[in-house]
Design a protein around this ligand. Structure first.
Ligand code: NAD
Length: 314
């Protein structure tokens, strides 16, 4: 029996979380789902978007499957997602990006993994006004943060038969922060002589990903570039409705899709649940339930190939 915290979230979250739970249950593996809330609606009830019993459940089970949560733009309310990543030091954000033969795409052979640093950079949330007309945000990189994400990327490559790691940065302009990220990537790469290594400036990376995505394997990026490039890559293979994700720490892991709460389609029962189902597949692999993970992937491929009951985004 696996004890998992299930956080349905806001918007389309409850719909896709329910679908993912039903698919995972259908594998026959025994789950004890502890359903806990987080998100905007919790503020009125608990004075916080992250209630204590939700945190206690995540801390007890150490694995959560999570739907998306609303973050209001430009208000004082901070992101629950960023809070969870910081609180549990979920330093590695993983997005496998793969072409599905049945999903129309201009690209046939994309199979890459994005590994995004998840706790530092401009997402550290250190922002303030200087007077009324100047706003400042501080970009934090630590050597420890750079080292552990780059090492995670190389270890991932080694353990998953991947051939190449590309470190993505803007060290030509940001010599201290991105410069340190690049310096760290250059010296850690030397510990992995069997893995090909290169670095690339983020703007050139975006162009190349659109031109030749099949040339890339594992990308390791600081937080902000990773966030943006993840969506770009999702767009190469069918969109955010089919792109899963995982936030991995040393002790706790939270699995969630790349997409948000999709308020434009919430409650209509038309959201694509594949991204969260595939996030559940990533969770099964962490739980060593490899056969069940493969069966769900095959079932998704079969459903896509049949093409009978596809969601509107496909
Ligand atoms: P979004 O991902 O919610 O939506 C972007 C577009 O993609 C919309 O047109 C939406 O209908 C479509 N879409 C998203 N998921 C889909 C799915 N499963 N099936 C079909 N279509 C889908 O991005 P947004 O509109 O920028 O953000 C809305 C809210 O979600 C914001 O409050 C944002 O902060 C939050 N958000 C949360 C997370 C998270 O919790 N991890 C991630 C991203 C955004």
């Amino acid at each position: 029996m696996h004890h998992i915290t299930l956080i349905p979230g806001d918007g389309i979250g409850p719909e896709v979380a329910d679908a993912a739970r039903r698919v995972l249950d259908a594998t026959g593996i025994s789950f004890n789902w502890e359903i806990r809330n987080a998100g905007a609606a919790q503020i009125a009830l608990h004075g916080t978007p992250l209630p204590e019993d939700t945190l206690a459940s995540v801390e007890k089970n150490r694995i959560a499957l999570k739907g998306p949560i609303t973050t209001p733009k430009g208000t004082g309310i901070s992101s629950v997602n960023v809070e969870l990543r910081k609180k549990y030091d979920l330093y590695a954000n993983l997005h496998p990006i793969k072409t599905y033969p049945a999903i129309p795409s201009k690209y046939d052979h994309v199979d890459l993994v994005i590994i995004r640093e998840n706790t530092e950079d401009l997402y550290a949330g250190i922002e303030f006004m200087v007077g009324t007309d100047t706003a400042q945000s501080i970009k934090i990189f630590t050597r420890k943060g750079c080292e552990r994400i780059v090492r995670f990327a190389f270890e991932y490559a080694l353990n998953n038969s991947r051939k190449k790691v590309t470190a993505v940065h803007k060290a030509n302009i940001m010599k201290c922060t991105d410069g340190m990220f690049l310096e760290v990537a250059n010296y850690i790469a030397k510990d992995y002589p069997t893995i090909e290594y290169e670095d690339m400036i983020v703007d050139a990376m975006c162009m190349r990903l659109v031109q030749y995505p099949e040339r890339y394997d594992v990308l390791v990026l600081p937080n902000l570039y990773g966030d943006i490039v993840s969506d770009l890559c999702a767009g190469l293979v069918g969109g955010i409705g089919v792109t899963p994700g995982a936030n991995i720490g040393t002790d706790i892991s939270i699995f969630e899709a790349i997409h948000g709460t999709a308020p434009d389609i919430a409650g209509k029962g038309i959201a694509n649940p594949i991204a969260l189902i595939l996030s559940g597949v990533m969770m099964l692999r962490l739980l060593n339930e490899v056969k069940a993970a493969e069966r769900i992937e095959q079932a998704i491929n079969k459903t896509l190939l049949e093409g009978k009951r596809l969601t509107f985004d496909l």
